[in-house]
Design a protein around this ligand. Structure first.
Ligand SMILES: [Zn+2]
Length: 335
């Protein structure tokens, strides 16, 4: 799918403004570092920058997205645009050396060459040192774009050679709008947009029946908890455990439960615009009335503790959830 500057501008206005300005002035750096969370558009931006530099039918700085060069960049087949990704767990010295050999030759089709290093923080020390030498002696016409989600793991000396752009997390409301445009029902869209910052992942969740069902089960569990614990315990056995099986799914289920408490807290703080389960606002308002703020916060802590136990111990899901149900009950004593 071709991406345009206008689309990225909605999500990363500052980065787009600075990059388009340098393109307009023909002042392209030898090395860029794009840092930010997963799903913030770093890769899309780097490919767009590549197309803006290589496009045969540019209008202003905008690539046509249709010419031979644009299409080859999209499909990863342009001889002067290279993308390096981790080979297994890391980016190895040999990968950087191959890149250097490739770049020692003249550009195949133009006077420009561009390379993108994904997950640049995963370079081994040797690879990073090789790259550093490369960055220190840039050949004219060479552009490097390093991408990372873990900025602090890069060598200081590498960072200082690059022009750094920070990619901001995408506001959930903006992501939810995008999902709604893709025909995802609004109540699912808003929830998915809070679970992840990535467009692809959110879209996948939004289209997944499992996710819609997960939402239903979590809301039902909360209603059970409001009634009595015994029912909630039965519900855990009958509905929750069969649905949330993988560790990742359980973790997600706990997040969805956490959002109910967050919503109640936002209602109590008068921040209605932050509510995630917006279609349940009447219930949430009712529930929020019957809880103290302290109790809500306490219960949120209990869920976070369960999440921590899930990720650090081998406790069975059944035990973990039973314990949580009892802990959430205990929370009520704090009213
Ligand atoms: Zn083009």
């Amino acid at each position: 799918m071709a991406i345009f500057w206008e689309q990225l501008e909605r999500y990363q206005p500052v980065v787009v403004k600075m990059l388009t300005k340098s393109l307009e002035k023909g002042r392209i750096s030898h090395a860029y570092l794009f840092e930010g969370q997963r799903g913030t558009g770093k890769k899309a931006m780097s490919l767009l920058l590549a197309k803006s530099l290589f496009c045969l039918h540019r209008s202003g700085i905008k690539p046509c997205n249709e010419c031979r060069n644009c299409r080859r960049i999209d499909s990863g087949n342009h001889p002067d645009v290279h993308v390096i990704e981790p080979d297994g767990q890391s980016i190895k010295k040999e990968q950087i050396e191959m890149l250097q050999q490739e770049f020692a030759k003249m550009a195949v089709e133009s006077d420009r060459k561009l390379y993108i290093i994904e997950h640049a923080d995963k370079m081994t020390t040797n690879a990073a040192n090789s790259l550093l030498k490369f960055l220190e002696e840039p050949r004219p016409g060479t552009v490097a774009i390093l991408l990372t989600e873990q900025y602090h793991r890069l060598l200081e000396t590498i960072i200082s050679r690059c022009q750094v752009f920070s990619f901001k997390p995408i506001p959930p409301a903006l992501l939810a709008n995008y999902l709604a445009e893709q025909q995802i029902p609004p109540h699912i869209a808003l929830l998915a947009a809070h679970v992840t910052n990535s467009h692809e992942e959110a879209l996948e969740l939004g289209r997944d029946d499992w996710f819609a069902q997960a939402r239903k089960i979590v809301l039902q569990l909360y209603e059970m908890l409001k009634k009595n614990d015994l029912q909630a315990l039965f519900f855990i056995h009958d509905q929750w455990i069969p649905h949330f099986q993988e560790k990742q799914q359980i973790d997600l289920g706990l997040d969805l439960l956490l959002y109910i408490y967050k919503d109640m807290l936002h209602i109590q703080l008068g921040q209605q615009d932050k509510i995630i389960y917006r279609d349940k606002i009447d219930n949430l308002q009712q529930w929020a009335l019957s809880c103290s703020q302290r109790q809500i916060v306490k219960n949120m802590e209990m869920i976070l503790q369960a999440k921590a136990r899930l990720n650090t111990t081998n406790m069975s899901v059944q035990l973990l959830m039973e314990q949580l149900i009892l802990d959430l009950k205990e929370g009520k004593a704090f009213v």
